[in-house]
Design a binder for this molecule. Sequence first.
Ligand SMILES: Nc1nc2c(ncn2[C@@H]2O[C@H](COP(=O)(O)OP(=O)(O)OP(=O)(O)O)[C@@H](O)[C@H]2O)c(=O)[nH]1
Ligand SMILES: [Mg+2]
Length: 461
Amino acid sequence: MYIDGTIAAIATAAGEAGIGIVRISGEEAIAIVDKIFQSKQGKRLSEFNARRITYGHIIDPDKDEKIDEVLVHYTKGPYTYTTEDVVEINCHGGFIPVKKILELVLRKGARMAEPGEFTKRAFLNGRIDLAQAEAVMDLISAKTDKGFDVALEQLEGSLSKRVRNIQKKLLDMLAHIEVSIDFAEEDIDEITLEYLLNKSIEIEEDITVLRDTADAGKILREGLNTVIVGKPNVGKSSLLNALLKESRAIVTDIPGTTRDVIEEHLNIRGIPINIIDTAGIRETEDIVEKIGVERSKEFFNKADLIIFMVDRSAELTKEDIEIMKLIQNKKAIIIINKIDLPQRADTEKIDELMKDKKVIRVSLTEEQGLMEIEDAIEELVYKGTVRAKDSLLVTNIRHKSAVERALKSIKDSVVAIKKKMPLDFVEVDVKDAWEALGEVTGDTVAEDIIDHIFQNFCIGK
Ligand SMILES: Nc1nc2c(ncn2[C@@H]2O[C@H](COP(=O)(O)OP(=O)(O)OP(=O)(O)O)[C@@H](O)[C@H]2O)c(=O)[nH]1
Ligand SMILES: [Mg+2]
């Protein structure tokens, strides 16, 4: 992969704003701006020191026409975002000034930057690795503070460091294997086998820890897809409203109030939640409601988390038992609502059927038990494997898949060593694990994948 030309793009968002920034990077950056910039005293940009902000005007030299009043500064490579010379022109915000300046910069010899090309250059020039480059994008698109913290940690290289540590252990193993293959005349000695076995088990543990953070990571990026299900009138819409802290869904004492699904987005302790309130599940003759019920069953299958609700003041029915059986193997929280009313439901039956799940007793009208629901959701997301404060998470699906492949390979090597298979076999697995991990940092990743990653960036980053 090679780097060609000086690139330029608008770095600020489109639309009316206080300022707009045109960013230019590459060998010609300063020379190009020299052709179109004039300071108050009539000097060119290169006559000023780097890292100084200079006031002046952008002038179209071909028409001798003032384009805008600007502040300009430049930084010399390699201590810049891209490691090349970078100039930033701060002009007035809005569509016209940035567009006019960009056009002029392109006319004077720069090329329009591709999406993410500034960051791609930082990667290709070795200032950051691929995981760090991807973190830049995650920072920009973070939806919650927590998501932002995780991306920032990754940008600072903590994920890459962890991955490289594991890779180093794999290299140690490979070196050991190679020596043994070269020198072993007869069978491999027990000491070597024991060393390799211990080492591969240790690495397997390391990779497992990393893999286990991925589910929480994905949720922080994309949100936890949650669905509230239960019979009509148990209080599902009341729960949605309580979590949202506003009256979003209509709540009445008429069963079947919610006819269609209602989707909302909220944030519980930094975890983004995409939550769906459904029509109550029951056998029904009503066509409209029937469609709603069918759709809730559909969501039910796609959800990361199911919140199943029962009304403690009514007897359990066969629908309740049915649903509990359906969710036995899924991630679910059970909520027993209306504990302010006299009990009629057989809650022991619920505890028995749902014994490995969290069963929470609440009263939504009395605002009792909401905290416990939030606690339960938080605990489920972090599963005890990662603490809420630990910001090192595998958030990226590409990274997760690479880590999973590495895990599979190292597991294969453990098996091979245990079975005392020839070391060449072990070597293949260890190498595969090393390569898979290298895809996270970009050391071993193919060119088309790199292109693909940067295509999803925004222009000007
Ligand atoms: N006493 C009492 N009533 C509640 C409680 N939670 C909800 N309700 C009432 O129960 C009724 C039904 O509440 P909804 O939230 O509409 O129930 P739903 O499950 O969405 O009902 P459908 O949309 O019909 O499926 C309303 O009259 C609520 O005010 C509670 O904790 N205690
Ligand atoms: Mg409802």
